[in-house]
Design a protein around this ligand. Structure first.
Ligand code: ZN
Length: 386
């Protein structure tokens, strides 16, 4: 292996298909004067957070982001004490969260050179939080980089946007996703090919290859329209209960991993002065992760069901099999398309979207799922998925 140098691309080479973003950020690091605030714009699952971590590692690793040292490893695990993630509490990023960031930002780094604050879903900054953040961006402390990640910059305060350097990220194609899965995650090539095609984005595809139960769960989700046709609306209660069980299992697996991480994290600080606050910070993040994992289970089930109806719609419009998402069930989709009402399918897809948005706002998940499946299973709907 060649010797590592100060401008080693190891952290950056993990980012596939985002050459422009990587060039902008690496140049900024190389210049020795990176911006105080960045706006990372692009859809989820294309590497925005990974780029943020690569930037944080480049600024703090003694070798400029070698990807192998303890600093890089902890940044990637999100357990470095100078790299902070701010995520929405429920549907919004609240002013109290930004006030805590503001206080923290003016303190010197705990052990590294540069503090990094990553705002996930920055468009969820509420107005008070946006104004609080604007004050910091107007007089940015030294040795601090703010990274705002969003898919909809138009929902941010224009004055906040104007204080940030914008970096765009673009959707990955199936071939790029497949390459990442095989080269960076040691995925089996056949599984990677399937996951890249059906996952739609990198993070979903990655979940498919990391989690051996994922393909079976996806098949179960794709069977939901058929069950509703066969058994009618009463099936909706059973389906919602099954998904709740799936979510509970995902959260319990996560809790186990979180316990390990908390132990590692407290060890990393190794300083009684910081332990209380650090512990609280990790525990808060763990709570948010658990909520997110639960929501993600429901969201992925609804996306799968939507992909079925969308395929039926496309099959009805006469597109070739390889243009469908669920090519492996093309014959069944064509049978469904022969009796489906396109207007109903369009309405069903809209209602599924509404439910996904409602779930993201923390509505009562099981009730919302029962309601949508009830609706999709009513007799008028049955023609949609025979
Ligand atoms: Zn390193």
């Amino acid at each position: 292996m060649s010797a590592r140098t100060g401008n080693d691309p190891a952290m950056w080479s993990r980012l596939v298909g985002q050459e422009t973003a990587v060039r902008i950020l690496r140049d900024a690091v190389a210049s020795g004067a990176p911006g105080h605030a960045y706006l990372f714009v692009g859809p989820q699952g294309v590497g925005r957070e990974l780029a943020a971590m690569a930037l944080a590692a480049s600024l703090n690793c003694p070798d400029g982001g070698c990807g192998e040292c303890d600093v890089c490893a902890r940044v990637l695990r999100r357990s470095h004490p100078d790299v902070y993630t701010i995520a929405p509490e429920g549907a919004q990023i609240l002013v109290d969260q930004v006030r805590a960031v503001r206080e923290n930002a003016y303190l010197s780094p705990y052990e590294g050179r540069v503090k990094v604050f990553l705002f996930e879903d920055a468009h969820r900054l509420n107005p008070a939080a946006s104004n609080a953040l604007l004050k910091v961006l107007e007089e940015p402390p030294g040795d601090v980089v703010f990274i705002l990640v969003t898919e909809s910059p138009e929902d941010l305060l224009p004055t906040v946007v104007s204080r940030c350097r914008r970096v765009d990220f673009f959707p990955l194609g199936p071939a790029e996703i497949e390459r990442v899965l095989v080269t960076q995650h040691d995925a089996d090539p056949a599984l990677a090919s399937w996951a890249a095609r059906t996952g739609g984005d990198l993070s979903t595809a990655l979940r498919f290859v990391k989690d051996p139960g994922a393909p079976d769960r996806r098949r179960a989700h794709l069977d939901i329209p058929g069950r509703l046709v066969r058994n009618g609306p009463s099936e909706s209660v059973r389906i919602a209960a099954e998904l709740a069980g799936e979510a509970a299992a995902a959260v319990s697996a996560l809790t186990k991993r979180q316990k390990d991480e908390l132990a590692r994290h407290l060890e990393a600080f190794g300083d009684a002065r910081a332990t209380g606050a650090a512990r609280k910070r990790v525990e808060d993040r763990h709570k948010r992760e658990a909520r997110r994992v639960e929501t993600e289970v429901y969201d992925s089930a609804l996306r799968d069901v939507a992909s079925f109806y969308r395929d039926v719609l496309l099959a009805g419009a006469g597109v070739p099999d390889d243009a469908l998402v669920n090519t492996e069930m093309a014959e069944r989709l064509r049978r469904a398309a022969a009796v489906a009402d396109p207007a109903w399918l369009v309405g069903a897809l809209e209602r599924i979207e509404d439910t996904r948005r409602a779930l993201a706002r923390n509505v009562q998940a099981v009730l919302a799922l029962e309601a949508i499946f009830m609706e999709l299973g009513t007799p008028r709907a049955r023609a949609g998925a025979r």
